[in-house]
Design a protein around this ligand. Structure first.
Ligand SMILES: Nc1ncnc2c1ncn2[C@@H]1O[C@H](COP(=O)(O)OP(=O)(O)OP(=O)(O)O)[C@@H](O)[C@H]1O
Ligand SMILES: [Mg+2]
Length: 184
């Protein structure tokens, strides 16, 4: 069973490959309707209709190093195992949004995992791309925005190891303050 944070790491790689300069990552936990929604929105090159309709098929990929693409099919499998689904909206030249819904209480829903580690690592590893991470659980909301970090850092790189660990701790601390009915 793969953690949701690792799915996010995978899907965001697609956004980076698609030339995105801004990527929004969202997790919305809604206990009232028993859902956990993950969304990744980018302003990359997007996909035409034909490509978009094929991506949930593992044998479709624009990779040249390997004949199967697994990022989206694995996410789809994971969401479906947990009573949910994946939807994809993409517009060539504008960007792509992938949304995965899981049933929150489903026994096969993967744990959220280390989103502070994943988000800080991708923000640090891609200093020229901006990332936001919005996590809500009921009334609690936290928003991370790499643009705010860069503004404070001025000429220090967001990719410096001490900055990455600082961001990781900051995100983790904020999420720790959440009231999550099913803290994992
Ligand atoms: N955000 C995106 N923007 C543009 N094209 C995308 C995006 N996400 C996926 N694609 C297209 O869909 C294909 C399939 O994506 P998927 O993540 O399933 O596999 P992959 O990236 O090709 O391989 P893997 O994820 O296993 O490294 C990609 O090769 C790419 O052509
Ligand atoms: Mg991929």
């Amino acid at each position: 069973m793969k953690e949701i944070a690792l799915h996010i790491l995978d899907i965001v790689q697609n956004s980076i490959s698609a030339g995105a300069t801004l990527v929004h990552i969202g997790i919305m936990e809604n206990l009232k309707d028993d859902s956990l929604t993950v969304s990744i929105n980018d302003n990359g090159q997007g996909m035409d209709k034909e490509t978009a309709s094929k991506v949930s098929d593992p044998f479709f990929t624009s990779r040249t190093t390997r004949k199967v693409g697994l990022g989206i099919p694995l996410l789809k499998h994971s969401a479906e195992q947990a009573g949910g689904k994946v939807t994809l909206i993409s517009e060539p030249g504008r960007g792509t949004t992938i949304t995965a819904v899981f049933r929150h209480s489903h026994i096969d829903r993967p744990p959220v995992g280390d989103t502070p580690g994943v988000v800080s690592l991708i923000a640090g590893a891609n200093p020229h791309i901006d990332f936001t991470y919005r996590h809500s659980a009921g009334e609690d909301v936290y928003v991370f925005d790499s643009r705010e970090i860069k503004e404070v850092l001025e000429d220090i790189s967001i990719g410096e190891p001490r900055i990455i660990s600082y961001m990781k701790e900051m995100i983790a601390e904020n999420l720790n303050g959440f009231f999550l009915a099913g803290k994992e």
